[in-house]
Design a protein. Structure first.
Length: 166
């Protein structure tokens, strides 16, 4: 299947680059529900790279597992840049990883609004150079599966870029 092959190729590259750098990675996933960590663990040798993954689907999980302040959730909502940044920082702080990625978004088909439409996904990467953010609007016309697949691909690319850049 082509979709799986693309993700597997990205995950293989991440594992190879992280092994080369001697880095471990962590994930904090909301709308992807562990798919990024799952893609990494599909690759032989990933135990040397993946430290841990946090599935923070609910707001309470975001707070309890990676320390997202309730105030951020109340002020900005779960699908926001500040929350994605806090998720990535928390995953890095609470792991043995050198880099982490956070994903929070609206995969649909429901749950979107004019301000935060279906397909809106916020990513954050935390590492030695600080925290970076990326917002994607994958589009309302894509299926839930397509939005989640694109989010996994983006997260794997962002992690790999962070490892290679350092």
């Amino acid at each position: 299947m082509e979709i799986e092959a693309d993700i597997a190729t990205l995950a293989r590259r991440l594992v190879a680059e992280a092994m080369r750098a001697g880095w471990r990675v962590a994930t904090a996933e909301s709308c992807t529900g562990g798919l990024v960590a799952g893609a990494i663990t599909d690759i032989e040798g990933s135990s040397a790279v993946l430290d841990r993954g946090f599935i923070t689907y609910s707001n309470k999980a975001k707070t309890d597992l990676v320390g997202v302040p309730d105030e951020l959730l109340a002020q900005y909502g779960a699908v926001s840049e500040p929350v994605a940044r806090a998720m990535a920082e928390g995953a890095l702080r609470l792991s043995q990883a050198q880099v982490s990625v956070a994903i929070t978004g609206i995969a649909g088909p429901g749950g979107g609004s004019a301000e935060k439409p279906v397909g809106l996904v916020h990513f954050a990467v935390a590492g030695p150079k600080g925290v970076s953010h990326r917002e994607e609007r994958f589009g309302r016309t894509l299926s839930r599966q397509e939005i989640r697949r694109l989010a996994v691909e983006t997260a794997l690319r962002l992690l790999t870029d962070a490892v290679v850049a350092d």
